[in-house]
Design a protein around this ligand. Structure first.
Ligand SMILES: C[S@@+](CC[C@H](N)C(=O)[O-])C[C@H]1O[C@@H](n2cnc3c(N)ncnc32)[C@H](O)[C@@H]1O
Length: 264
């Protein structure tokens, strides 16, 4: 097994992959159907079909620069594991802050919609951690919604799914969203630029087009945005009559989620 891992490391390093050891271990563990920690603990043999599948996974990562999550077909987010493929953005660790803030802020039984749900990550994590909430996930992409719905069915979590551009019609106590917020023309790593859906990434010249068009009327709102967009999103919420407007930092210390509340 060390041989298989070693040659994968060489290939991934040569290709300029940022986290070669982590990626090689995750891909090998996936091929062998074990946990990553098991690779060190157990004397695992990689041979025959497993070697071929591992080499193919490493080629996809090194040559095609596919994200690991699209190769393994899954990604952990909060306490759930989501199936992901190129129809949806790979859920990011920084988006967990959106869930954390909503879990802490929302009153019992609140009706909350996750706008731009993608794989369903935020909606499903909310339903998982706060079964009292009435959660809806919406997206403008029917392809994304199919992935989200399949994730919901597999996880057995109660979420309504709806196809909508922006905030869907309905009575909402809260809106949470991780919309596209990358400026057109911004240079992105090949994993993102070549493989993730452009409709999940780009939002006009300054990256704020989707955020600006969101209907801002719900009593509580939490919006994820780019690290340099905090001022603009605070101004947007302030202009829409929200109070208690605050921007929260992610684990990297970057402005990431802005929240606001308004009287009912
Ligand atoms: C950055 S991804 C976020 C996906 C998921 N919420 C997550 O955090 O992993 C943005 C999502 O918003 C959707 N989207 C883009 N424009 C939209 C719009 N006008 N209305 C609703 N959804 C939109 C995209 O299809 C995509 O699934």
């Amino acid at each position: 097994m060390p041989d298989a891992l070693d040659s994968a490391l060489v290939a991934l390093r040569a290709a300029g992959v940022e986290t070669p050891r982590l990626d090689a271990e995750v891909l090998l563990a996936d091929v062998l159907g074990v946990e990553r920690g098991d690779l060190l603990m157990r004397d695992l043999v990689v041979e025959g079909e497993a070697i071929r599948r591992f080499q193919d996974a490493v080629r996809r990562r090194a040559v095609e620069r596919e994200p690991v999550a699209y190769i393994t077909g899954r990604r952990a987010f909060r306490h759930v594991e989501l199936a992901v493929d190129p129809r949806v953005l790979v859920p990011r660790p920084e988006t967990e802050l959106l869930v954390e803030l909503a879990v802490a802020a929302l009153p019992e039984g609140a009706r909350v919609v996750d706008v731009g749900t993608g794989s369903g990550a935020v909606a499903l994590a909310l339903a998982d951690e706060r079964p009292d909430l009435n959660v809806t996930g919406s997206d403008v992409s029917a392809d994304a919604l199919a992935v989200a719905r399949a994730n919901g069915d597999r996880l057995g979590l109660r979420v309504e799914w709806t196809l909508a551009d922006g905030v869907p019609a309905g009575e909402w106590d809260a809106v949470v969203a991780n919309p596209p917020y990358v400026a057109e023309g911004e240079r992105l790593p090949p994993e993102i630029a070549r493989h993730e859906p452009p409709g999940a990434l780009f939002a006009g010249a300054d990256g704020l087009d989707v955020l600006r068009r969101l209907e801002l009327t719900a009593p509580w709102i939490a919006l994820e945005h780019g690290a340099a967009q905090g001022d603009a999103v605070r101004a947007l919420l302030g202009g829409a009559g929200y109070g208690d407007v605050a921007t929260h930092r992610d684990l990297a210390g970057l402005d990431r989620v802005t929240t606001g509340a308004r009287p009912r």
